[in-house]
Design a protein around this ligand. Sequence first.
Ligand code: HEC
Length: 124
Amino acid sequence: MRTAWVVCVLLVGGCKQAAEQDAKQTAVAITGGDVERGKAALQHYGCGGCHVIPGVPGSTGQVGPSLEGIALRTYLAGRLPNAPENMMRWVQHPQAVEPGNAMPELGVKDADARDIAAYLYTLR
Ligand code: HEC
């Protein structure tokens, strides 16, 4: 009985790990960015001051929407179809996309936007 339970827990744990690995590979493939560098960039630019971002320490901001599950959202900011190019565009130029919204232009560099997009597409 106990053995069956242990096997079950190991299997579920293995599946979760495999799913996370899969999400990471997909995110890298569609963005060409680096997930770990993206995580560091999210901290560097202080995105967590306004957003809850799973896995990024200190990201508890409530100004903008939580970015949990952002990979699965249909539209970004309710406006841009959720695709890698649009994610990078939004992260770099939210004021050009939607003038007057509360997310500021943070001077995010091209390479950083790519890495940030890679991280965000692991959030599903
Ligand atoms: C001063 C607060 C603030 C900061 C800092 C900020 N954001 Fe935002 N962000 C917002 C707000 C407000 C929105 C919602 C805009 C809208 O829907 O019109 C938003 C929307 C978004 C969205 C779309 C979310 C969705 O559910 O569609 C993404 C992605 C995003 N921000 C990423 C970032 C990243 C990455 C950074 C750091 C480089 C960042 N934000 C920094 C306030 C902020």
